[in-house]
Design a protein around this ligand. Structure first.
Ligand SMILES: NC(=O)c1ccc[n+]([C@@H]2O[C@H](COP(=O)([O-])OP(=O)(O)OC[C@H]3O[C@@H](n4cnc5c(N)ncnc54)[C@H](OP(=O)(O)O)[C@@H]3O)[C@@H](O)[C@H]2O)c1
Length: 386
């Protein structure tokens, strides 16, 4: 094992701490699995004086993230800072200099993925981000590798644990404001919860799924979306009486005209897997032309669950380096940078007469033939007799 690879981590919060701890504590086992030796050379953080619970040598920390990215000993940058400003600059700089990048950052990939992939491709670098959607659920690998010989027709899922928690608390009688306060007190929601409750986080994840599944440069701003902030306790209780749960559903499919995609709170029947999730759990359906429907369910958030996916990406990058493999493009790289646009999807769902604000989720929307006429005339949705 003559190859020694240098790793630098950007960010040591929930995700960065779990990744660094595993790399340090399980180094020998990870090296044996990867077939390449590695050394963690540094971890960039925002505040050097902040107390840290994990047993990480203080000498590893730096508050100069740019210098860490430029450190000549480092081959792989693991980005766990989040956001789209500093993270974008650092990831771009790392890729430009030929370093491989692993990220957990859905915001960045959903909004700038096509450009970053083009840069990685031009510089011969590896860009991997399995943790960005569904944390521990290996859905991006399924889309880009396991189904590489198939044609992905549709993806759908419930992708945000904070929304699940808030809606579940409302089902137990809490108002929206109380449910959100509970989620914040328990650490399920950020102090500023807008990204989650306004559906932005879910739309980022849908954009990443669509980019990899359909090979199109679809970014967040091109997808119709709504969040859960206007849902009342009365809506939730009425839905339960009808044997439904309100869940924030994301879905995208191919149509003859291109891609249809949407994120919105929908009525999901109690018997459906999307309705049976708790807290940070996510569920994702992938429909391949030949594979048919695949259903994945698992931990969609949390330090260790997210680190599981990040470490998988690190190992696969180490293996590729050890085997001196060319870094194969993910599916989306072949499709250029022209922005794709998605038409709304949920127009085609029926509505419930008692709760007409909400469309009713049906799996068949992912596979049923699409009539262009229906798309043009179906707003605000057909009524059911329920
Ligand atoms: N948390 C999850 O369950 C989860 C799941 C999937 C994906 N993700 C993604 O993973 C990424 C990280 O999330 P997280 O929850 O770990 O975030 P976090 O706990 O807020 O950690 C962010 C880290 O970035 C560091 N940072 C901030 N400004 C910096 C700067 N100027 N230079 C260097 N470091 C800086 C912070 O430093 P300090 O420690 O000094 O404040 C902190 O260590 C995000 O993209 C998120 O979307 C998270």
């Amino acid at each position: 094992m003559d190859i020694a690879v240098g790793i630098g981590i950007l960010g040591c919060g929930t995700v960065g701490t779990a990744v660094a701890t595993r790399l340090l504590e399980e180094r020998d086992a990870l090296i044996a699995r990867a077939g390449a030796s590695f050394t963690l050379h540094g971890i960039a953080i925002g505040n050097l004086t902040k107390p840290r619970e994990a047993a990480i040598a203080p000498s590893l920390f730096t508050d100069d993230a740019r210098a860490l990215v430029d450190d000549p000993r480092i081959d792989i940058i693991v980005e766990c800072i989040g956001g789209t400003t500093l993270a974008s600059e650092l990831v771009e700089s790392a890729l430009y200099s030929g370093r491989h990048v692993i990220s957990a950052n859905k915001d960045l990939l959903a909004t700038q993925g096509p450009r970053l992939h083009a840069l990685a491709s031009a510089r011969g670098s590896h860009l991997r981000y399995e943790a960005a959607v569904g944390s521990a659920i290996p859905v991006l690998r399924i889309l880009s590798e396991a189904l590489a010989g198939d044609r992905v027709e549709a993806v759908a899922g419930v992708l945000n644990g904070t929304c699940n928690f808030v809606l579940e608390a409302m089902e137990n009688g809490a108002s929206y404001a109380d449910a959100l306060a509970q989620a914040q007190a328990l650490g399920y929601a950020e102090a500023d919860p807008r990204n989650d409750v306004e559906g932005i986080d879910t739309t980022h994840k849908l954009a990443v799924l669509a980019q990899l599944g359909f090979g199109v440069p679809l970014t967040t701003s091109r997808i119709a979306s709504a969040g859960i902030a206007n849902i009342t306790q009365r809506d939730v209780a009425r839905a339960q009486m009808l044997d439904y749960h309100i869940r924030l559903v994301a879905a995208a499919r191919r149509t003859d005209e291109g891609i249809a995609a949407e994120v919105a709170p929908l009525l999901v029947h109690a018997s459906h897997p999307f309705a049976q999730l708790h807290g940070p759990e996510n569920a994702i359906t992938v429909i391949g032309r030949d594979s048919g429907a695949l259903l994945l369910r698992g931990q969609g958030a949390g330090g260790n669950a997210t680190a599981s996916a990040v470490l998988g990406d690190i190992i696969s990058t180490l293996r590729a380096i050890a085997e001196r493999r060319t870094f194969l493009p993910l599916r989306q790289r072949a499709h250029g940078l022209a922005q794709a646009h998605a038409t709304p999807l949920f127009d085609r769902l029926t509505r419930n007469r008692t709760l007409p604000r909400y469309a009713v989720w049906e799996d068949s929307i992912l596979t049923a033939p699409v009539s262009p006429l229906l798309v043009a005339h179906s707003r605000p949705g057909k009524e059911t007799l329920a």
